[in-house]
Design a protein around this ligand. Structure first.
Ligand SMILES: [Zn+2]
Length: 416
């Protein structure tokens, strides 16, 4: 069915993606600054310039590193936001990305010019087998591609360019936002909801054709600190308390055959030790806690505290603290009160002959945080696959389908 799509946007989407993906804009979770890396300004400054060139209004780079712009409405209607993030994932090399276009994919294995050992095979990636005849974009084998989320950026830019150039298409006011640092969970500044000024919004940050996501994890992070008793090992008898032993005891006591990322899927949550550092005198354990429901998340926090308390009880001379910090919440908690933004996206999919798919995502988006802060923001597919690694790829025709959905959405919203 996709082959019947209007192909007039394919070239622009492909050109934008190739151009944006070649710009290194990786974020860095260990950086305290905001945005976390200066290189993200290379994308932001380019987008400011391009938005001005296509005639967008109120083009602004905020002091927290987000680019904002307006496509003025030509009819009544709610203000709808479209967002994408400019940073790429810190998990894999993003320096020197060389995007490569495979025109009319033949359905076979895909090899990579800079890494002969790497193969992207439809046998391992069933979604790829459905993309015969599509134009695919990949990296060259040594880096990620950054279709997460440069494909979203390309779609939002093409949407804005098209609407500004075609004032006959009826739509209400549209606000555009390009955020930094989404990959490290710092994409939504406290000022963004007000600055965006949208009644509701959509992130273009999803994968398979038809995905309309309105459920994300609820997320907390935890830091456990263990202070032992430090003393010269030669005189340590009955005096030393080794923090490293206590830290490993805590990790060993936490569930391992269940409730971990590697043993769960679907709607199950987990407790995940992400980092452990220190030495015999002091140790620190970092964890992330995930669940789709509030009580499930709270139960995981309680379990962690119980384990810490038990280990503390076994060694009263040590000092063990456990702090839990909220990160983001399942957007469904707010969206289910008013499903209008979700229903519009589902309707826009069907109007384009695409059967929508709504699965809960085992992660969060800028939309999770925005929704919690009062701007309902579900997530729309943009085709990205195998993200955060060297096999990352995207179909230009999936991106075009996403753009069509957004165009239809903008028009449907104006009728509400
Ligand atoms: Zn993303």
């Amino acid at each position: 069915m996709q082959q019947d799509f209007d192909r007039r946007f394919d070239q622009e989407l492909q050109d934008r993606l190739v151009r944006y993906a070649a710009i290194d804009s990786q974020s860095d979770e260990n950086s305290p600054s905001s945005p976390s890396t200066d290189i993200q300004f290379d994308m932001q400054n380019l987008l400011v310039q391009e938005l001005q060139e296509i005639g967008a209004q109120d083009v602004q780079l905020t002091d927290y590193g987000t680019v904002l712009a307006t496509v003025p409405g030509n009819t009544e209607g709610p203000t709808v936001g479209f967002l994408a993030h400019v940073d790429t994932a810190p998990q894999f090399n993003a320096e020197g990305v060389k995007p490569r276009v495979i025109k009319g994919y033949n359905g076979g294995d895909i090899t990579f010019p800079d890494n002969p050992d790497l193969v992207l095979s439809p046998a391992d990636h069933p979604y790829l087998s459905g993309k015969e005849g599509h134009d695919l974009v990949t990296a060259s084998g040594l880096t990620l591609l950054g279709a997460d989320d440069k494909s979203g950026v390309s779609i939002v830019m093409t949407l804005a360019r098209h609407l500004l150039a075609n004032p006959d298409t009826p739509h209400g006011p549209i606000r555009i936002a390009f955020t930094p640092d989404e990959e490290i969970g710092r994409g939504v500044d406290a000022k963004l909801p007000k600055d965006l000024g949208a009644d509701f919004a959509y992130t273009l940050d999803g994968s398979d054709l038809g995905e309309i996501i309105y459920e994300s994890f609820s997320a907390d992070r935890a830091v456990v600190k263990i202070k032992g008793v430090s003393i010269h090992p030669g005189w340590a008898k009955e005096k030393m308390v080794n923090a490293a032993h206590l830290a490993s005891k805590i990790v060993q006591t936490l569930p391992q055959a269940t409730m971990t990322p590697e043993t769960t899927d679907g709607r199950e949550g987990f407790l995940h030790v992400t980092d452990m550092s220190g030495g015999s005198s002091e140790m620190e354990i970092k964890l992330i806690l995930r669940d789709f429901e509030r009580d499930g998340l709270a139960a995981k926090g309680d379990l962690l505290r119980k384990v810490c308390d038990a280990v503390q009880a076994s060694e009263p001379r040590a000092e063990i603290t456990c702090e839990i910090y909220p990160q983001y919440r399942n957007m469904r908690y707010w969206l289910e009160d008013d499903m209008t933004p979700v229903d519009l996206a589902l309707e826009a999919c069907r109007a384009n002959g695409i059967e929508p798919i709504s699965v809960p995502i085992r992660g969060g988006t800028d939309g999770s945080r925005l929704t919690e802060l009062g701007v309902p923001t579900p997530n729309i597919f943009c085709g990205m696959q195998c993200v955060h690694g060297p096999l990352e790829w995207v179909s230009v025709q999936d991106m075009a389908a996403s753009l069509q959905v957004c165009l239809t959405l903008a028009q449907l919203a104006a009728k509400k």
